[in-house]
Design a protein around this ligand. Sequence first.
Ligand code: APR
Length: 175
Amino acid sequence: MDWNRVEISMGDITKQGVDVIVNAANTTLLGGGGVDGAIHRAAGPELLQECRKLNGCQTGEAKITKGYRLQAKYIVHTPGPVWHGGGHGESQLLRNSYMNSLVQASKVGAKTVAFPSISTGVYGYPLEKASRVALHAIEEFFSSGIENSIEKVCIVCFDENTYRHYVEAVEELKG
Ligand code: APR
């Protein structure tokens, strides 16, 4: 695994000049608070118009739309799991969100993809666990042999605490 292809940064995902940004959505895909709200505000009303046609999205699945007023050409929307203590398949669902988002991004030939820290806000997924699941999933995608154009995956963290957890997770996985 070439860890140079993974970058952890602090910032606002709506300002990233990447091909695809990933939205931590809910299953309606009709917007919400947190990063979902920020992305809809930045992308503009056409985003919601397109989302209405998608008929929602299951947890762990991912659907793609245009980026509209964002710098990013596309947005991949994925509902992560709500944390219910860890015994309800949450880690598999979170892994699916990352994997399916990367698959959707590779289908449009994306070279750069930015993720927020999926499920660790309103959905309450503990950061310690979610950061390891996220990076394992990214590593699994790159080592799966799935034909893809992706050169760089960034995790854009909105606060210092989140940032620290993802940096620690990368260090752990690098060994
Ligand atoms: N850029 C990057 N990260 C952001 C931004 C932003 N502009 N705004 C918030 N975040 C961070 C949060 O600080 C958190 O670390 O995104 C991470 C995910 O938090 P949420 O947005 O609450 O997402 P999640 O926990 O997956 O819950 C999803 O919240 O907004 C609703 O409609 C959404 O129902 C869904 C639920």
